[in-house]
Write a protein that binds this ligand. Structure first.
Ligand code: NAD
Length: 394
């Protein structure tokens, strides 16, 4: 089987799906690796490193002509999709719940689509494949650094001959994988850190990192399925926003990471809350995306400064800004999944397997993942996918 590593084309994307180390590890399973010229450059991984590890460096046309499986980090561009042909497979973070039309188009082309973001994450044997976790860890770490770099004062308490600087007060909203890593990193930088989440289980995790957990009087049991949070009702959300406002206003730096799978990110910092904050405060909104964000007025990929001097950083793709660490981790995740799905040197699709049932989105000309299929119009499914309904992802 030939597995091909593409050069990512999304703006600002510096990660690569496979690092040179992985090439030799795939070989015993009968997997030869093709690498698109310059694929690892963004992560400072030169073609020569892949070649030394046993990979074959190829141009784009040759790659798509020869590959059995294409390995990617993010959703493929339109140009990439156009080069895929029947019988090929693509593995990446395809975000099928936010872009089900891509799944439909891949199905229509007879391409098998496998998405790491569908992995059943609570299954212990799936943990080495958990790219959402590995990338969220990178993102949480970088969010704290971005906040520290943007903040006009120190994070730690500093006592110097020129005076004493108080430590920054940092609040992390959403204490999942990214939030806990942001808390840990801000603590290591010397800030006084608090954390908050709607899931009751988060309290112990926040406190185990030496941070203070913010308990709202209006707290409701909001744990959903699979360890995730559920979406709050409009009344619950309003009560949460109102009570959080006072806490947010007392902090210098706020890092927001709240997500609910398949939904728009919950709004935690409202316009009124922004107005109550002190000039010079910094917010890093990791929820910022085309679906909205955790903060009113945040713009993905941009920094907005409000009229009262609050800096809102729309941090939409932080893992791409720590490309070597993020690629190393992602490479281990995608290799583990590829090896799990390979038998006798070929991809062996078996949706009776719990892991495959989560990750296989399209196969044999059909969108086979139920949750994704439910998002598509019925006529799309009966036609076996529709190129004309797909949004552009490049
Ligand atoms: P996520 O990215 O979906 O969300 C980030 C955080 O936002 C979550 O902690 C969530 O509770 C929180 N959140 C959602 N709505 C909120 C709101 N209105 N206000 C405040 N916070 C809100 O979550 P994640 O980081 O991917 O992980 C979620 C959970 O899954 C965690 O408990 C994590 O430990 C667990 N998990 C378990 C495994 C495993 O068992 N192997 C693997 C990965 C994650």
């Amino acid at each position: 089987m030939k597995a091909a590593v593409v050069k990512e084309t999304a703006p600002g994307e510096r990660r690569v799906a496979l690092v040179p180390d992985a090439v030799a590890k795939l070989r015993p399973a009968g997997i030869d690796v093709l690498v698109e010229r310059g694929a690892g450059e963004g992560a400072w991984l030169p073609d020569s490193a892949y070649a030394e590890a046993g990979g074959t460096i190829v141009g784009t046309t040759e790659l798509f002509a020869a590959a059995d499986v294409i390995l990617t980090v993010t959703r493929p561009s339109t140009a990439m999709v156009d080069q895929l042909s029947k019988g090929q497979a693509i593995i990446g973070m395809l975000a099928p719940l936010t872009d089900p039309e891509l799944a439909a188009e891949l199905a229509a082309r007879g391409v098998t689509a496998i998405s790491l973001d569908g992995l059943p994450r609570t299954l212990s044997r799936a943990q080495p494949m958990d790219a959402l976790t590995s990338q969220a860890n990178v993102a949480g770490y970088k969010a704290a650094l971005v906040a520290a770099a943007a903040f006009g004062r120190f994070f730690p308490l500093l006592i110097t001959a020129a005076g004493t600087a108080p430590p920054a007060k940092v609040l992390v909203l959403g204490a999942g994988v990214a939030g806990l890593q942001a808390i840990g990193t801000a603590k290591r930088l010397g800030a006084v850190v608090s954390g908050y989440d709607v899931r009751p289980a988060a309290k112990g995790e926040v406190e185990s990192l030496g941070a203070t957990f913010i308990q709202l009087a209006s707290a409701v049991a909001a744990a959903g399925e699979g360890g995730y949070a559920r979406e709050l009702t409009p009344e619950e959300r309003a009560a949460q926003q109102e009570e959080l406002a006072g806490h947010i206003a007392r902090h210098d730096v706020v890092i927001t990471t709240a997500q609910v799978p398949g939904r728009s990110p919950p709004l935690l910092v409202t316009d009124d809350t922004l107005k109550a904050m002190t000039p010079g405060s910094v917010i890093v909104d990791m929820g910022a995306s085309v679906l909205g964000g955790n903060v009113t007025g945040s713009v993905p990929g941009e920094t907005v400064v409000t009229g009262n001097g609050i800096m809102i950083i729309g941090a939409d793709n932080l893992p791409a800004t720590v490309p070597t660490a993020a690629s190393n981790a992602y490479s281990r995740n995608i290799s583990a999944l590829l090896l799990h799905m390979t038998a006798d040197g070929a991809l062996a699709i078996d949706t009776n397997d719990e892991i495959q049932a989560g990750v296989v989105i399209a196969h044999d000309g059909k969108v086979v993942h139920e949750a994704v299929a439910r998002l598509l119009p019925a006529e799309t499914l009966t036609k076996g996918g529709a190129a004309d309904v797909r949004g552009t992802t490049d």
